[in-house]
Design a protein around this ligand. Structure first.
Ligand code: ADP
Length: 466
């Protein structure tokens, strides 16, 4: 059996720390089964950076191999090109994107150096699986070093419409580099279709009947592999003593009122200001909810060093103050906004205490919060998901109430529907969602991707042999 080599910006943890998400769990499972290496950035900045030694920890079967970055690498690759260029462009925010040639060069340089370091660890029959927008050109870097192993890539964030991507300088070269992968997986069918159309229209790739892309002598499998969570594991977390404590504390505080919950990193893609305004609109348009419904928004800060993120934070604080000032009463605060972080168990308990999950990103690759909320519910009295049509999860979760997050009226009307939904309907919708989330979980996602990669790896070899 071939070893698996996982490549991602951040590596680990190998053990479920109670904070690790389904992704880490699924990858560790896949790595443990096949044996292999998890390769990426150490999270450390050092002078030697990508030129330095690869640090290895872990068991005989699964090795964590990490490299530092220099300050210049970190600024150009991570803060610069990945987070100030690719992240906004891929989330349809050209207005926030910074186009800087030096950042792009740094991004390509770091990919080359990571590839060179990985090459020294590779065996000829290893299967390589790279993750996310930090590594779009990683296979091209490896191929230039004559690495012929099967290499797959999964994009965790959206892939934008070609009209949007075209604004990225050198987008065509980047997509051409991506076609050095044997398999490219996307979160949704829409993302896969966007990629195919760009490749066909802008670089002259040919689309096969099954959706594969052909360019020169290479064939790349292009497909949606919607990522899942460890649904049964998360459901179990919701019944741990720690989770129950959080459910009870919240319910006690609510004293018979209902709660809507939102859980998101603070990011402009998450539609948080729009969400707060929609909640204000609910109180405005359906005044019977005043004094009875509150919004709990859990929003840990991320990428605080970027201006766009500091700005959204200020906006949220102002909006919270505004709405609370306007509607609050002696014994009721409309919005409870918390920027702290919770353990997964505590979070599961909070989901369980909430009648509605409000998941309204303006763009999101998948959105795992929607799935976690479903997994954490009580079968006998489950809550309702109000979900943005622009989250990848909407393709799979049609029993949620699907909304346009830009329309405060529409979101408020759907919140009202969710809050007044009869128990039977809540159960029916929840059961369908829960069954699907258990079936398409993190483990089956990893298996499906690796099956496609192993298959295609063999196909490419046969073609070369003939
Ligand atoms: P993204 O990857 O863009 O942040 P997702 O919804 O796909 O969005 O995943 C977010 C993950 O982060 C979820 O697993 C969620 O439970 C977790 N998370 C978000 N906020 C918190 C918090 N305050 N405490 C703990 N976990 C959180």
């Amino acid at each position: 059996m071939s070893r698996l080599v996982v490549v991602s910006n951040r590596v680990g943890p190998l053990k479920d720390t109670g904070r690790a998400g389904g992704l880490a769990v699924a990858l560790v499972d896949a790595l443990t089964q096949a044996g292999g290496i998890w390769f990426g950035w150490s999270g450390e900045i050092s002078e030697e950076g990508t030129f330095g030694n690869v640090r290895r920890v872990g068991s005989r079967k699964v090795l964590l191999a990490t490299l530092d970055m220099t300050q210049a690498d970190y600024d150009a690759f991570y803060v610069g090109y990945a987070n100030k260029t690719l992240w906004p462009v891929f989330h349809y925010r050209l207005d926030l994107a910074v186009f800087d040639r030096h950042a792009e060069e740094g991004y390509l340089r770091v990919n080359d150096r990571f590839a060179a370091r990985l090459r020294s660890l590779l065996r000829s029959d290893d299967v390589i699986w790279a993750h996310d927008y930090h590594f779009l050109p990683f296979a091209a870097s490896l191929r230039a070093m004559e690495v012929e192993n099967p290499i797959g890539f999964f994009l965790h964030i959206p892939f934008p419409a070609p009209e949007v991507l075209a604004a990225l300088p050198n987008a065509a070269q980047m997509v051409r580099r991506m076609l050095a992968y044997d398999v490219i997986g996307f979160q949704s069918r829409r993302d896969a279709a966007n990629f195919r159309r760009f490749a066909v229209e802008e670089i002259g790739a040919r689309e096969a009947d099954n959706g594969d892309l052909l360019l020169g002598s290479r064939r790349t499998v292009v497909r949606a592999f919607p990522i899942g969570i460890d649904a049964e594991g998360f459901a179990r977390q919701a019944t741990t003593p720690d989770a129950r404590r959080h459910t009870r504390r919240t319910e006690k505080l609510l004293a018979g009122r209902q709660q809507i919950i939102g859980v998101d990193r603070i990011d402009y893609s998450k539609g948080l200001p729009e969400r707060f305004r929609a909640f204000g609109r609910l109180l405005e348009d359906y005044p019977e909810n005043r004094g009875r419904i509150s919004l709990m928004q859990v929003a840990p800060p991320s990428r605080a060093e970027l201006d766009a993120y500091a700005e959204i934070r200020r906006e949220l604080e102002a909006l919270t103050g505004n709405i609370n000032g306007r509607f609050a009463d002696l014994d009721w605060t409309p919005i409870r906004y918390m920027t702290r972080s919770f353990t997964r168990r505590a979070l599961a308990g909070l989901y369980r205490a909430s009648r509605v999950a409000l998941v309204t990103p303006l763009r999101d690759g998948m959105n795992l919060v929607a799935k976690e909320y479903v997994a954490a519910q009580r079968a006998e009295d489950p809550g309702v998901v109000v979900l943005s049509r622009f989250a990848g999860a909407a393709e799979e979760m049609s029993e949620a109430l699907i909304v346009n997050p830009h329309s405060a009226e529409e979101v408020a009307a759907n919140l009202q529907t969710a809050l007044t939904m009869p128990l039977d309907e809540r159960r029916d919708r929840w059961q369908a969602l829960f069954d699907r989330i258990c079936e398409n979980d993190a483990a089956s996602w990893a298996q499906a991707f690796l099956a496609a990669l192993n298959n295609q790896g063999n196909g490419q070899e046969e073609k070369e042999a003939s």
